[in-house]
Design a protein around this ligand. Structure first.
Ligand code: TQI
Ligand code: CA
Ligand code: ZN
Ligand code: ZN
Length: 176
């Protein structure tokens, strides 16, 4: 079953249109347009299940959610650890910070659904899959006990898992 953060924080009812900015991506080699596409698709999956709407903002000053890639220590006391291990972390509502480890071999896969057999190379990490999971955290979901759910706390490297399961949908619809 799905879970919340302690105290059940969520974005308040007057904040149903959330803006996100990709503020730090110079440490990785994916171009800005491809990155925008990945995060747009990842946010759209949660928007489709809720009354929330998401739009990309030009700068962090205009954004509710900030997304950045960082290597090692980056000022929040939660240092990244090089390839694999921790891939990313996101803070609970309404903090809005979403950080990704710049040391991962991030892969951008095409649009479409899950692909557990093929997908990107086995050493690489599918960016959209991680983004969908971390957005769940940004919106207030903790980890699910349902294997196969987006919010289940493991993913195999080299696989793409981007489609919300019933458990994810029930969890987010209880918040929004
Ligand atoms: N990052 C952990 C995660 O997002 C960080 C974390 C651990 C966490 N416990 C938490 C965040 C409790 C919020 C609440 O789960 S991770 C996966 C998954 C990670 C893990 O780098 O280990 C994904 C990032 F679920 F597959 F294991 C993305 Cl998809
Ligand atoms: Ca890492
Ligand atoms: Zn961080
Ligand atoms: Zn998680």
């Amino acid at each position: 079953l799905y879970a919340y953060f302690p105290g059940g924080p969520s974005w308040p009812p007057f904040r149903r249109e959330l803006r996100y900015a990709i503020t730090a991506s110079s440490a990785i080699s994916i171009d800005k347009a491809a990155l925008s596409g990945v995060f747009e698709r990842a946010f759209a999956r949660w928007a489709a299940a809720t009354t929330l709407r998401f739009a990309e903002a030009e700068s962090a000053a205009d954004a509710d959610i900030t997304i950045g890639f960082y290597a090692g220590a980056h000022g929040d006391g939660e240092a990244f650890d090089g390839p694999l291990g921790t891939l990313a972390h996101a803070f609970s509502p309404t903090d809005g910070r979403f950080h990704l480890d710049a040391a991962e071999a991030w892969a951008v896969s095409g649009s479409g659904g899950d692909d557990s057999s093929g997908g990107p190379g086995s050493a690489s990490v599918d960016l959209e899959s991680v983004a969908v999971h971390e957005i769940g955290h940004l919106l207030g979901l903790g980890h699910s006990s349902v294997q196969g759910a987006i919010m289940y706390p493991t993913i195999r490297t080299g696989t793409r898992k981007v489609e919300l399961r019933q458990d994810d949908v029930e969890g987010i619809q209880s918040l929004y």
